[in-house]
Design a protein around this ligand. Structure first.
Ligand SMILES: [Zn+2]
Length: 264
């Protein structure tokens, strides 16, 4: 029997304008003169296989966008519905890490088992959250919500690398947060790696210039090599926040232009 291959859709749900210097430790190369605009897009990713779907991350709500000064374009569940997926029926959701922009809406997925790394829960509930520099991108209500979800029996913990289903595997990278995981997916064009915030932009991994929100710079830099090793080619690594993703990949249909692209 052939192993299954999957379709992957990146669904854009928010946007944030910022300067290049905010996206690299040490700021822009060449000083302030080159500190031009370098905005972020925000995505969730739908993986669709034979008889099975999986969501990677859940995004944030309009209320959270207002609180944090981001431009909310649409609820990620709206993007899913446009792709013919019912969020309420979604069985499996991978949470790459617990930052507010990746875990905000999980109450909209009541049937789902959430897949999380042990180390991420330890990080989000432990001693490092005493410091603003580490907790800044976490929202306490999201973390508490995740704890409640554990007590509801709706979280499956993973420790390191793990096969989620045939052709879909989770890989612990760390770096950006202690328990950041990425998702490798078998597709018709080979293994695609959804890097999430293991590399926010193509430039972070390609130029080995780490993003400034970081738990371990060493693990983040090692992670860039890990992403390349996991993927069919460097072009098979999908960064977590790069607007170039919307340019490099095609919309699945005319109506989804600017809303979603197909990565497989
Ligand atoms: Zn992020």
């Amino acid at each position: 029997m052939n192993s299954p291959v999957y379709e992957i859709y990146a669904i854009k749900y928010a946007h944030h304008m910022r300067r290049a210097g905010e996206n690299f430790i040490g700021g822009p190369i060449g000083g302030d003169a080159h500190d031009g605009p370098m905005p972020l897009d925000y995505f969730v990713w739908l993986v669709r296989g034979p008889g099975r779907e999986l969501l990677v991350d859940t995004g944030f709500s309009a209320a959270m966008a207002a609180k944090r000064g981001r431009d909310h374009i649409r609820c990620p569940t709206q993007g899913l519905k446009l792709l013919g997926t019912d969020p309420k029926a979604m069985q499996d959701v991978v949470i790459t890490h617990l930052h507010y922009d990746h875990v905000g809406n999980f109450d909209l997925f009541p049937a789902a088992t959430l897949h999380l790394q042990d180390l991420e829960m330890r990080y989000a509930t432990g001693r490092y959250m005493c410091h603003e520099c580490f907790r800044g991108a976490f929202e306490v209500e999201d973390v508490v919500g995740m704890v409640r979800r554990v007590y509801d029996g709706r979280v499956r913990f993973h420790a390191g690398d793990s096969e989620l289903m045939p052709g879909v595997s989770l890989h612990l990278i760390g770096g950006h947060t202690m328990g950041l995981q990425v998702v490798r997916v078998a597709t018709r064009r080979g293994a695609v790696v959804l890097a999430s915030d293991a590399s926010h932009f193509y430039a972070n991994m390609e130029q080995v210039r780490p993003f400034p929100i970081v738990w371990s710079v060493a693990d983040m830099v090692d992670g860039y090599g890990r992403l390349r090793a996991l993927a069919q080619s460097p072009a098979h690594v999908i960064p977590g926040h790069d607007p170039l993703v919307m340019e490099r990949y095609p919309a699945p249909s005319g109506e989804l232009e600017g809303i979603a692209v197909r990565l497989d």
